[in-house]
Design a protein around this ligand. Structure first.
Ligand code: MG
Ligand code: MG
Length: 269
């Protein structure tokens, strides 16, 4: 587990904020008829215009700037020229590297009008992320984060993806420790000041079981039902979780008012 100095956390925050702005730009562009490949193109341009590089492109030979996962696709979807349809949900995961540090976060968007069952899945998945962040407190343990996410999701009966997990973040896109979205209270590594995590619940409407698509990248739900994915980057500072990324640019674009991040902003804002 690599613990960071404040100067390093600031750099991770700069990268995370650039991802946030990129996702805000996506929020303006996502509508029926638009292709994920178009979104990928403008995201890449925007990141390069901001003196950074896409963090995913070329990582383990991933071909694009964004991971774009539509409907039953869970994560790691490859952008393509197929237009989005009214009623789709699209998870956009984006990474950047700037001054040697990564940012990596994700949001699941509704395309046009989405049915209530799927809308509820998005709301609950996002809230489960904050339930996990709430317990990222000094001397708690990794298992406490997974336990908090799992407990909240279980209230709603959704499937928690087991094979894919959150992670540490810094000079590397994926660092120790792994952060599962399930777990036992009081187990796993102890959380210390300077730890930076990407917490990212991946939650399915139906079964937790997933398959890897034949493209070798895209994970899909086994039952074909929808999946949601929300990810923030968080640092442990002065014993408390400090959120480094933000959904505010998305909310500005969509005209949403939200106070949800307020309780995690003590140090930088
Ligand atoms: Mg990600
Ligand atoms: Mg991640």
């Amino acid at each position: 587990m690599i613990l960071k100095e404040i100067e390093e956390i600031k750099k991770i925050r700069d990268s995370a904020q650039l991802v946030s702005k990129t996702l805000g730009l996506m929020a303006q562009e996502i509508k029926p008829g638009v292709s994920s490949l178009y979104l990928d193109k403008i995201a890449e341009e925007f990141i390069k215009d901001n003196n950074a590089l896409p963090g995913f492109k070329g990582y383990n030979n991933f071909p694009n700037t964004l991971c774009v996962s539509v409907n039953n696709q869970v994560v790691h979807g490859i952008p393509c020229d197929k237009p989005l349809n009214d009623g789709d949900v699209i998870s956009v995961d984006c990474g950047v590297i700037k001054e040697g540090y990564y940012g990596d976060h994700a949001y699941t968007f509704s395309v046009g009008e989405v049915n209530k069952e799927v809308k509820d899945l998005l709301d609950v998945t996002k809230e489960s992320l904050y339930q996990g962040i709430d317990v990222m407190i000094e001397n708690n343990r990794i298992g406490d984060i997974g336990y908090a996410i799992q407990s909240y999701i279980n209230l709603h009966g959704y499937g928690i993806v087991r094979e894919l997990v959150g992670h540490g973040l810094g000079k590397n896109l994926h660092e120790e420790p792994e952060v599962p979205n399930y777990g036992k209270k009081g187990t796993g590594k102890i959380l210390k000041n300077g730890l930076v995590l990407a917490i990212e619940p991946m939650i399915n409407l139906g079964t937790e079981k997933i398959n890897l698509d034949e493209d070798g990248w895209t994970f899909v739900t086994l039952d074909g039902l929808a999946s949601a994915h929300f990810e923030h980057n968080i640092a442990l500072i002065d014993g408390k979780p400090e959120i480094l990324s933000t959904f505010e640019y998305i909310y500005d674009a969509l005209g949403i008012k939200s106070e949800e991040e307020k309780r995690f902003k003590n140090f930088f804002d």
